[in-house]
Design a protein around this ligand. Structure first.
Ligand code: ATP
Ligand code: MG
Length: 247
């Protein structure tokens, strides 16, 4: 589904991504893990076109997307949850979700200025309702995003990434700062999506969460892939333990 070949990205003297190659298989959940500053978010930024690599290649479904724009890449079907919160605080939960469903500005305004057909609006409403039920936040639909708790905001952001039409989902720390009960919920939602045929790449600091949810794990350290494999193999890999525990 996604293939990265010898990817490099330098920031001045820092090798944020240093000769990374890996492949993400279709209909799997892959966890990208590694200590702080190991290059995980930079790889996401390179894949989604926010940053340009210094060298290397990124292929999505057989198509070279290395030099494509953010818009082109998003139109090719990559949806992303950012590490930092990006909700529109002064819009309601429902409006935030509506924006994700119909993410071109022109379409967005056509929905709000009531030029969209009643049919289309009903379709959107239904999808939003289903999504809110999935994350258990139906009663918050008309609350302003700014009034939600951090964990609730995270769920709404995750909902936005899921609603955004896509065939490849990238999530940067979906459960960071989220309470244990909600983590379980997010895990179930993501596994449910995979069972429906979705392909997910997620960055995760909580190793237990990463091992429980993923089919494959890729471990980064200082911009390099130091291990790759099934959760059970990674769990017992001395090189990985060393990177995490620093001994
Ligand atoms: N825009 C930038 N300009 C300069 N340096 C950057 C920039 N973005 C990232 N870096 C550096 O590149 C390295 C990798 O950062 P990155 O954010 O990819 O790490 P990460 O694995 O996502 O870390 P964390 O787990 O803390 O989120 C770090 O040393 C970081 O300081
Ligand atoms: Mg990061």
């Amino acid at each position: 589904m996604l293939k990265i070949e010898d990817l490099n990205k330098f920031f001045g003297g820092i090798k944020a991504v240093d000769g990374c190659s890996f492949e993400i298989k279709e209909k799997t959940i892959t966890a990208l893990i590694g200590p702080n500053g190991s290059g995980k978010t930079t790889i996401f930024n390179l894949i989604s076109g926010i940053l340009r690599p210094d060298s290397g290649k990124i292929m999505l479904g057989g198509k070279d997307i290395t030099d494509k724009s953010i818009e082109d890449i998003s139109n090719l079907g990559i949806s992303r949850l950012f590490q930092q919160t990006r909700l529109f605080n002064n819009l309601t939960v429902r409006e935030n979700l509506l924006l994700a469903l119909d993410n071109e500005d022109t379409k967005f305004w056509s929905v709000f200025v009531l030029r969209a057909s009643a049919d289309k609006k009903n379709k959107f409403e239904k999808k939003i309702q289903e999504m809110l039920e999935l994350v258990g936040l139906e009663e918050f639909a008309d609350k302003l995003a700014r009034d939600l708790s951090y964990g609730q905001k995270r769920l709404i952001e995750l909902s936005r990434a899921i609603l955004n039409p896509h065939n490849f989902l990238m999530l940067d720390e979906p459960v960071s700062g989220v309470a244990p009960r909600l983590r379980e919920k997010i895990k179930e939602i993501l596994i449910g999506l995979k069972e429906k045929g979705e392909t997910i790449l997620l960055i995760e600091h909580d190793m237990n969460f990463a091992f429980k949810i993923s089919d494959d794990v890729i471990v980064l350290e200082k911009g390099r892939v130091i291990a790759e494999g099934k959760p059970d193999e990674i769990k017992n890999n001395p090189r990985v333990l060393e990177a995490y525990l620093g001994n």
